[in-house]
Ligand binder design. Structure first.
Ligand code: SF4
Length: 253
């Protein structure tokens, strides 16, 4: 069994069944499903002040002008020193993000878990392994043209979801990361990341299967790897989402 087959098995995508009336699909082929693109925002500088849903209302984040013009070293230091929300008091360290700082692909999760908090890197442990396999399935690799970050940089206690005020406090750091990376495509992993980046409260099911837009950057929504570990039957849907991402990426490359 080669590595690719192993990855496809991990994603519950092997063996690949072939309909008689179709040519054999390649694993990296985009799906036949129609991709529905949402309209791009009228101004590029919306990047600086996207809206974030609190669950009941939609608030506009006050632009954090203090981050304007910051490069990577200064931004990392700001995050390292940050105490802007209550999460900092309960975590071991901030988890800034990892990967190629000029990456075309940006994957955004929710927040650090226990292992990420201990190691200072996003998506380690079993969820990280699954994310690595998802990357491998679309011929990507952590750290190579890929950057991985979270909505909040500090671990929420008990692995709860970050609260609205915590997301509001932390989003300026992610916005500045996106400004610096200038990715060609964003993949939002899970509902929290999707809602925060798209600025609306919506179910993951309603957001999947479409091409969205974050300030002119194509954005695809899929399940968080930690959820997939609990619900492996959803892995096939994730593959579909990743195929949408690959198709969208080809369109902007
Ligand atoms: Fe600062 Fe973000 Fe950590 Fe809150 S979660 S303390 S805003 S770095």
């Amino acid at each position: 069994m080669d590595r690719r087959e192993a990855v496809l098995r991990e994603l519950n995508l092997y063996p690949i069944w072939v309909r008689r009336d179709r040519l054999a699909p390649k694993a990296d082929d985009p799906p036949p499903a129609e991709v529905i693109a949402e309209p791009a925002p009228p101004v590029a500088d919306k990047l600086r002040s996207p809206e974030v849903s609190t669950g009941t209302d939609t608030l506009t984040v006050v632009p954090n002008s203090m981050l304007d013009g910051l490069g990577w070293p200064e931004l990392k230091q700001r995050v390292h020193d940050c105490t802007a929300c209550k999460l900092r008091a309960g975590c071991t360290q901030t988890v800034f993000g990892v990967g190629d700082e000029n990456a075309d692909w940006l994957f955004v999760g929710e927040g650090p878990g226990a292992e990420e908090d201990a190691l200072g890197e996003p998506f380690v442990g079993q969820a990280g392994k699954l994310l690595d396999n998802m990357l491998m399935a679309i011929k990507l690799k952590r750290g190579k043209n890929v950057y991985i970050a979270n909505i909040v940089k500090c671990r929420p206690p008990g692995n709860r979801a970050p609260e609205a005020d915590e997301i509001l406090a932390c989003m300026p750091y992610l916005r500045r990361q996106i400004e610096l990376i200038q990715p060609k495509l964003i993949v939002a992993l899970g509902k929290v990341a999707s809602n925060a980046l798209l600025g609306k409260e919506a179910t993951l099911a309603s957001l999947r299967g479409k091409l969205h837009d974050y300030c002119g950057i194509p954005l695809v929504v899929t399940y968080h790897p930690a959820y997939l570990l609990r619900s492996p039957s959803e892995k096939a849907k994730t593959w579909h989402d990743l195929c949408i991402a690959v198709k969208a990426f080809k369109g902007v490359s």
